[in-house]
Ligand binder design. Structure first.
Ligand code: ACO
Length: 330
């Protein structure tokens, strides 16, 4: 059994925060942020908005494009590290989407690599277990864990949701060509948002009953994250391309996790992929973690940049540390 992508959709919050808005709360400037990241603005959840409703909006659009009914979906994978509920939101999303058949639904936590890992899991479920229509949703509100007084990281992130529908097909139509996955727990110290006892610096319960726990704000060493990506991601893409029997020149589009423009340019340079083939919308949304790849995919499909049959090399990377590449056909 093969599998192919047959629909995509996305949704973003209404509140837009520009670099100038940020400069009112931390010592920074539009010029500094733009020069280092290419980010000009981002969307942030506000009012009654939440990730579940954004995810449902993105999923509905993907189903509509795929000409499917919610009851056709037999598995929902929600890739998120900042979900509305610690125990996962897959079943809630399924219920509110209108799936009446109680499809399997669960969450995957892998930060900015989450969506690619979800895509790979969807392919595994289709090929190995006979699932037919798998909805993969990448959805994150990293703004919930941003320290808005930390000028070295607060400008990077935004909130969004994106979804794709992966469908079973015969082997001749198979559109998911290869994957390559890695992790490095040593690098955890460079990027994390750990669970800790409130008011304490450690994360080990020293007394019983324990105190309340909460997640710390994002703790990031930007320079080390930058080095990690540039060292590992081009290699990962090369390995995935080799497995698919392709080279960098065979792809139509390079679709990287939208962390920042400097990272995308460096990876493309190393692979000798021309900038016209690099998909980028980071300027408008910032780094939306697991949502960034399906959000950029959806925008590019809907504005007819990515056309049916084209080959995409997509790579996610981030906290964990984790990195994951998929070569697929739209
Ligand atoms: N505005 C103005 N000045 C600033 C700001 C700011 N927002 N933040 C830091 N500075 C200052 C610093 O204090 C420093 O000043 P100094 O030289 O007097 O000490 C100077 O600017 C340079 O700071 P650096 O940290 O060296 O800046 P750098 O060129 O490394 O850029 C950045 C920082 C943009 C975070 C970069 O390291 C980066 O892009 N890293 C990747 C991080 C990333 O993408 N993380 C996302 C999460 S994971 C993922 O999705 C991959």
């Amino acid at each position: 059994q093969g599998c192919k992508l047959v629909g995509c959709g996305s949704a973003v919050p209404t509140l837009e925060i520009t670099n100038d808005d940020l400069a009112k709360i931390v010592d920074t400037s539009d010029e500094w942020i733009n020069a280092r990241t290419g980010i000009r603005k981002r969307r942030i959840l506000s009012g009654g908005e939440n990730l579940t409703s954004l995810s449902i909006e993105a999923a509905r659009k993907a189903l509509e494009m795929a000409k499917l009914d919610p009851n056709d979906v037999d598995l929902i994978l929600v890739c998120s590290s900042t979900s509305d509920d610690l125990f996962g939101t897959g079943p809630q999303i399924s219920k509110q989407l209108g799936c009446k058949t109680n499809p399997a639904a669960y969450n995957i936590t892998a930060a900015c690599s989450g969506f690619i890992l979800g895509l790979i899991s969807a392919a595994g479920h289709i090929r190995g277990s006979g699932f037919q229509n798998v909805l993969v949703i990448g959805t994150d509100a990293v703004s919930r864990y941003v320290d808005w007084t930390d000028r070295s990281s607060c400008f990077l992130f935004g909130d969004a949701a994106g979804a794709v529908l992966v469908q079973a097909c015969n082997c001749e139509e198979d559109g998911l060509f290869s994957f390559h996955l890695n992790s490095d727990g040593d690098g955890y110290r460079h990027l994390n948002a750990a669970c800790k006892e409130e008011g304490a610096n450690n994360n080990i319960a020293q007394e019983f009953p324990p105190k309340k726990y909460s997640y710390s704000s994002i703790n990031m060493n930007g320079k080390e994250v930058l080095k990690f990506v540039i060292r590992n991601v081009p290699q990962s893409i090369e390995s995935a391309l080799e497995k698919a029997g392709m080279s960098a020149s065979s792809i139509d589009w390079l679709l990287l996790h939208q962390a920042n423009q400097r990272i995308m340019d460096a990876v493309a340079n190393k692979l000798e992929i021309p900038s016209e083939k690099v998909i980028s919308n980071v300027g408008n949304y910032g780094n939306t973690s697991a949502a960034s790849i399906p959000l950029a995919l959806d925008e590019s499909v809907r504005n007819a940049k990515i056309k049916q049959g084209q080959i995409i090399a997509a790579s996610g990377f981030g906290a964990g540390l984790t990195w994951a590449t998929a070569i697929f056909q739209w």
